[in-house]
Design a protein around this ligand. Structure first.
Ligand SMILES: [Zn+2]
Length: 647
């Protein structure tokens, strides 16, 4: 290793190789219009005077001649003119001297310089493969068994796949996606095309991940199909009850299994005159997953109705039902709804997973500074009211329960009134409100205060009456946690004032308001660098100059994310902690813009949009998700400062 990285070993050769790379990248930048020829000659002069070699691109950024994003763009455009090791040097991953030394070491052999750098441990395989993908215009993916469509394994043996280090993933838009390890394997395209009869799209993954995936698939095959085929147990349907016209039972089972595996929240069975379409809602988006001929529609819907214990003879009224299943050791409830349409009955299954719903505060995506403030200034005081705001589906209830879990201990009494109880939590007293006399929200709240509680969780404030009740509970020394359906934190204060709640009650009871959104997370499997569109930049009130210092990424779409570029979701938050100035302002019954001005002037207030932009710049989500989901406000502070606050 020492001999390879030692630049003094053969100074003349190393120097020459480094200079050769430098010239090519410099020319690329000039040709691309990123810098001028004069700037290049200045850069070369500066570079020559430096004691430690610095890549031209890096130097140009440091001297303010171009931004990192611009450099990446030029590199991408000209990747075919650059070597992989050249890309690695420009990225600052390795030094030009290391490349030169590797070239010397390989003199006379046909081995690849970049691969050699991996073999000697100078570069990780992942970093090398990312550059390899860039050079060859391919995509990187973290392959895993969950991505593999098992039906593709019928045509080839695992032995064959292992020999060629490849994994077939899925067929999409008439092309077969295949993962390979690296160089030279594209020759396999012809053979695979012949085997599967469709053109091939290649993806690249690390060798050890391919090997691990193949061995997992091999174990699965060895266990036999009997074990893997029937993985759903129906807890409420007698085993003998089936209605298996055209394999409907098997179809429904595979649809449900797939939805569970893909973390879907709902399954839609949508018949129309020409077909039955099945779509899954994943991370809030509907994704088409399958289509069946219209001749099977009735049998499939009927099978779902049997499972949900709905009336299969009745086709003219809307119905509801429930399916209780056990899958891979997890009890899952499916809430079924059948809606009569002109084209037949539509079925929607809402998947209710009990196991995975409670999340800790630390895992919710609060920035460290916000989390500390939230715990110390909002949760720890024994009284006061916490409002969690946001639209439906923004994760308000999750935040409420995560907060509650922090507060529950043997010395405090926690009582809830919810509509209905969503998560059952140990050690607290929970109540579902209902339409029955004496069981309404207001009735329940009146009774709760006589139950000697310390902490009261009110599912949701819906009107002035429940708002008043909740505020009065807080006024009498209880800690109250609740949700409120408003756009953001300031919106909640404005709504309360509009509900004619006494301003002094608002300012004396509310401790803090959390505003939140759930946005989609970038897919980690297919992340690529990108330049934001003019619309995204404008929508968020950003400037290209400021963004230039950051390298932005987004998912380009791959089998792992159903070609959406997103996988999972992350919370975006704003936390408004009441301060004296804000309390005084509220007493004046001010206009909305006045409250907003005072709130935003608090030095550590980070708005939803700001928190979202910070998360996009860190690659957790994208600017377009933030523009689409967060209320747009002028950005209050420079990006650098924002990134420090949210670090
Ligand atoms: Zn992806």
């Amino acid at each position: 290793m020492a001999s390879v990285t030692d630049p003094t070993r053969d100074p003349s050769a190393s120097g020459k190789a480094a200079i050769a790379d430098t010239h090519r990248i410099g020319d690329v930048l000039v040709e691309d219009g990123a810098i001028t020829a004069e700037q290049l000659s200045k850069l070369l002069r500066v570079q020559a005077r430096l004691e430690d070699h610095k890549p031209i691109g890096q130097l140009a950024i440091e001297l303010g001649m171009l931004t990192r994003a611009r450099l990446e763009e030029a590199l991408r455009k000209h990747r075919r003119g650059l070597s992989i090791e050249g890309i690695l040097v420009e990225r600052g991953v390795i030094r030009a001297e290391q490349v030169a030394a590797a070239r010397d070491a390989l003199k006379g052999s046909s081995s690849d310089v970049a691969r050699h750098l991996v073999d000697i441990g100078a570069v990780s395989e992942r970093v090398y493969l990312l550059a390899y993908c860039e050079r060859h215009g391919m995509s990187f993916i973290d392959v895993e068994p969950g991505l593999v469509d098992r039906s593709l394994l019928k045509k080839v043996s695992i032995k064959y796949l292992s020999r060629h280090r490849l994994v077939p993933l899925s067929v999409k838009d008439g092309r077969l996606n295949v993962v390979i390890s690296d160089v030279g394997q594209s020759e396999l395209a012809a053979e695979l095309e012949r085997l599967y009869g469709v053109p091939i799209t290649f993806w690249v993954s690390e060798r050890h991940k391919i090997a691990a995936t193949l061995s997992a698939l091999e174990n699965e095959t060895a266990e036999g199909r009997v074990a893997t085929n029937r993985r759903i147990e129906y807890r409420n349907v007698a085993p003998g009850v089936t209605d298996d016209a055209g394999g409907a039972a098997e179809i429904v089972e595979s649809v449900i299994l797939r939805a569970i595996r893909d973390r879907a929240s709902d399954i839609h069975f949508e018949p129309d005159p020409s077909r039955l379409r099945i779509r899954n809602r994943i991370d809030g988006q509907l994704i088409p997953v399958a289509e069946y001929p219209a001749t099977l529609s009735a049998a499939i819907i009927s099978r779902v109705k049997v499972l949900a214990e709905a009336d299969i003879a009745e086709h003219r009224v809307h119905q509801q039902g429930r399916i209780y299943i056990r899958c891979d050791g997890e009890d899952i409830d499916l809430r079924a709804s059948f809606y009569v349409t002109v084209a037949g009955e539509n079925a929607v299954l809402r998947i209710l997973r009990k196991g995975s719903t409670l999340v800790g505060l630390e895992e919710m995506g609060f920035s460290p500074a916000t989390l500390t403030t939230f715990i110390q200034d909002v949760l720890e005081p024994n009284s006061g009211m916490l409002l969690v705001t946001g639209p439906t589906g923004s994760g308000k209830t999750t935040t409420l329960y995560a907060s509650l879990q922090r507060l529950v201990d043997s010395s405090s009494k926690v009582i809830t009134c919810e509509d209905p109880v969503e998560y059952v939590v140990d050690g607290i007293t929970q109540c579902s409100v209902s339409d029955r006399p004496g069981m309404s929200f207001v009735d329940s709240l009146k009774s709760i205060v006589r139950q000697d509680p310390d902490i009261i969780l009110v599912g949701e404030i819906r009107d002035a009456e429940s708002a008043n009740m909740a505020i009065h509970s807080a006024l009498t020394g209880h800690k109250v946690l609740t949700t409120f359906h408003t756009e953001d934190t300031v919106g909640a204060l404005v709504r309360l004032i509009q509900m004619d709640i006494e301003p002094f009650l608002i300012s004396s009871t509310i401790t803090a308001i959390v505003g939140q959104r759930l946005v989609r997370r970038q897919c980690a499997h297919c992340r690529v660098d990108y330049t934001p569109t003019a619309m995204e930049v404008r929508a968020l009130g950003l400037s290209r100059d400021e963004l230039g210092g950051f390298s932005l990424t987004k998912g380009r779409g791959c089998p792992a994310c159903h070609y959406t570029g997103y996988h999972g979701r992350v919370g975006v938050y704003e936390l408004l902690v009441m301060n004296d100035l804000l309390r005084d302002t509220i007493l004046q019954k001010p206009a909305a813009h006045e409250i907003r001005r005072v709130a935003q002037e608090a030095p550590d207030f980070v708005s939803l949009q700001e928190d979202g932009v910070a998360k996009a710049l860190r690659g957790e989500t994208t600017l377009s998700e933030i523009a689409a989901n967060c209320p747009r406000r002028p950005m209050m502070r420079p990006l650098r400062q924002l990134m420090e606050m949210c670090a």
